[in-house]
Design a protein around this ligand. Structure first.
Ligand code: DQA
Length: 148
């Protein structure tokens, strides 16, 4: 099979474990990364796990992904609510995209209720904690194998 996926993380997610544990739990960014790599291996998916605090860098990563990956899982973090540039870059990616949020953005401040990417992605997961990443990997495998 040999599908290749990329998991893209936006700003401040590098500080998981330290930031707002009531929203994001105690898992560290490195633990999350290791869990994702382990699950992907189990499912025979090659995975790259990236994080950036810089909007333009995320746009570049998404653009590059067109050539190198079969699917994108993205937690755009705060850029979810603000970035037309990330939305536009994702629109150009013609393969499956899963939007992910650790917290339930609809239970939080009103400015988080609007996602600029929800209507252009394949599907989304929110409010299920860091476990959402594992669920996203499982769903991505099914999307790629057409088993969804
Ligand atoms: C987040 C939710 C966003 O509103 C927030 O800015 C984040 C993380 C989440 O994973 O729950 O940084 O995307």
């Amino acid at each position: 099979m040999n599908y290749k996926i990329i998991i893209i993380n936006g700003p401040n997610l590098n500080l998981l474990g330290e930031r707002e544990q009531s929203q994001y739990g105690s898992i560290t960014f490195n633990e999350l990364k290791e869990n994702c790599i382990k699950k992907s291996k189990e499912l025979d998916l090659a995975v790259d796990f990236k994080q950036s605090n810089i909007e333009g860098e995320i746009v570049n990563i998404i653009q590059e992904s067109r050539k190198n990956y079969d699917g994108i899982i993205i937690n755009a973090a705060a850029f979810t609510h603000t970035s037309v540039a990330i939305r536009d870059a994702l629109s150009i990616f013609k393969k499956p995209i899963i939007e992910l949020h650790i917290s339930n953005i609809y239970k939080r401040e009103e400015f988080r209720h609007k996602s600029l990417i929800s209507d252009i992605v394949t599907g989304g997961i929110f409010g299920l904690g860091a476990e959402g990443y594992i669920l996203a990997i499982i769903s991505m495998q099914k999307l790629l194998l057409n088993e969804n």
